[in-house]
Ligand binder design. Structure first.
Ligand SMILES: [Fe+2]
Length: 225
């Protein structure tokens, strides 16, 4: 299969993409190595753009779970409304970079779809020492989230392992290196263990085949928690 590819990126052959697809399908989580979905240039550009976005501290997740993480909103997906880019120029430019054709093509192959996925939500996470993200289900934020894509933007930190719980008694720990991309199904519970030293930074986005309003219903029992 001959495809003309950007010489700077090493977007994979159909065969290699299929291998990742199978791993994602079987295990629910896969790590794509550095320099494959994002080049060094892409990562530098994301870093430069995200610097312009204001940051907020988040301590409670959408399902009332406990967090301690600094978040910059790139695209938001509020319940009852369609996704929209956060205000300012940088969010739109980051989305443009994420949604570039070659990257969407490769991602679609890994996610195993014939039609396009849309990015419903996107944000930057900064986790200094002591930060963590408690056990949660991404689908609690939007029932139509299918896959979370997490781009590692930091080099030097300890702790901060990404732990996935495929069922009640097993767990898998992931520590993807700088520039690697972790993809996980939004149907599995997971958490980010406390960061011990350095700073963990990542760009996280959630893919869905469904556009339109977020169908999440806020239950009165969890409101305000
Ligand atoms: Fe998550």
């Amino acid at each position: 299969m001959a495809r003309v590819m950007n010489h700077k990126s090493r977007l994979l052959s159909e065969e290699a993409l299929t291998k990742y697809r199978i791993e994602l399908l079987v295990k629910g989580t896969v790590v794509i190595g550095p320099q494959i979905l994002f080049t060094q240039d892409d990562l530098a550009k994301i870093d430069q753009l995200q610097a312009e976005i204001p940051e907020e501290e988040v301590r409670v997740g959408d399902a009332g779970d406990s967090h301690n993480v600094f978040v910059k909103r790139v695209r938001v997906d509020p319940p009852g409304r369609a996704p929209s880019d956060a205000s300012g120029a940088a969010p739109g430019q980051i989305m443009e970079l994420l949604e570039r054709k070659d990257r969407s093509f490769a991602l679609r192959k890994i996610l195993g779809a014939t039609s396009d996925y849309m990015i419903r939500r996107c944000q930057m996470h900064r986790m200094p020492p002591g930060s963590f993200v408690g056990i949660h289900l991404d689908a609690a934020s939007d029932p139509d989230f299918e896959y979370a894509v997490i781009v590692q933007l930091a080099r030097d930190f300890e702790g901060g392992g990404f732990v996935v719980y495929p069922n009640g008694y097993e767990y898998q720990v992931f520590r993807p290196p700088f520039g690697a991309v972790l993809i996980t199904t939004c149907k599995l519970r997971h958490e980010v263990k406390p960061v011990l030293s350095g700073e963990r930074r990542s760009l996280v986005y959630f893919c869905s085949k469904r556009s339109g309003a977020n169908r999440r219903i806020i239950e009165s029992s969890t409101a305000g928690v």
